[in-house]
Design a protein around this ligand. Structure first.
Ligand SMILES: N[C@H](CCC[C@H](N)C(=O)O)C(=O)O
Length: 273
């Protein structure tokens, strides 16, 4: 079987995008892991599958991490999928449903795209955490970090604020925190260093994908969590290793808006079976 795909990325957070709007791809979890393998397959942080939406949105998008696990949200992947469909249709706006909620995407001037990622979920049950807890101060710790801020953007995030990111060994503490007992569904772990009330550095150890060059939902979570801790205004620029995203936790409706670039690297065909 041959499956066409497009290789895209948002600030280096990279995706294999496949189209299941006309017929299911039939990919098993094992096949997804193989495609995501950077030596035996194409390689990706996430597989992004375009599907028809039965509930009336223009598009349904499904996300799988490179370990094969499914995720309810993927900000950079949503931006890439939206850009692909907006270019295909010549439209400037798109309604999107994901397992984590209903989103809206729009084309901005200068080749940027903005996604309304919906409202963050702030209750411990919605992250989810393993037991009742104030999500502003989750008592998780690892070398160099203590006390995270948790929320969900349709997927679980914990953000740790530190004075100097360069002192952390994220490759070592990231996987420990991803599987912390406080996180029954595991979690995406953000490490943030404030540079001002409107700017921060962020590095994310992603659930099911590890260290990535950028993380869209992680940037949304970091913006929300910084404001909740009184460290940031509602509009912030987030600098990640792969580049910058503009975030706003909008006061009027509590939605998080994320704006940034997208890129297509190449297209190809996956040979399966
Ligand atoms: N690893 C995440 C999904 C991808 C998130 C990231 N690539 C983004 O841009 O939001 C999870 O398991 O919840």
């Amino acid at each position: 079987m041959r499956l066409p795909f497009r290789k895209m990325h948002g600030l280096g957070n990279d995706f294999v995008v496949v189209d299941a709007r006309d017929r299911p791809t039939g990919l098993t979890e094992e096949a997804i892991r193989l495609i995501g393998d950077r030596h035996r397959g194409v390689g990706f942080d996430q597989l992004v599958t375009l599907e028809r939406d039965a509930a009336g949105a223009d598009l349904f998008i499904r996300f799988h991490n490179s370990d094969g696990s499914e995720a309810g949200a993927c900000g950079n992947g949503t931006r890439c999928a939206a850009a692909l469909v907006l270019d295909e249709t010549g439209r400037n706006r798109l309604s999107i449903r994901t397992a984590g909620g209903t989103l809206a995407a729009e084309r901005l001037p200068g080749g940027l795209f903005r996604v309304d990622m919906g409202a963050p979920r702030l209750d411990w049950r919605d992250v989810p955490l393993a037991r009742p807890c104030d999500t502003l101060h989750v008592p998780m710790a690892a070398e160099g970090v203590r006390g995270g801020v948790a929320c969900s953007m349709g997927n679980p995030h914990v953000t740790f604020f530190v004075d100097d990111l360069d002192t952390l060994e994220i490759g070592r503490i990231g996987p420990l925190l991803e599987r912390d007992p406080w996180l029954p569904d595991r979690g995406n772990i953000g490490f943030a260093q404030m540079l001002g009330r409107d700017r921060m550095r962020l590095v994310v150890w992603e659930r099911g994908a590890g260290l990535t060059l950028a993380c869209g939902s992680g940037a949304c979570a970091a913006a929300v969590n910084a404001h909740r801790r009184g460290l940031a205004d509602r509009a912030v620029t987030i600098e990640m290793p792969g580049g910058e995203l503009r975030l706003e936790w909008r006061e009027s409706d509590g939605h998080v808006l994320m704006a940034g670039p997208v890129a297509t690297a190449f297209s190809g065909e996956i040979a399966l079976g």
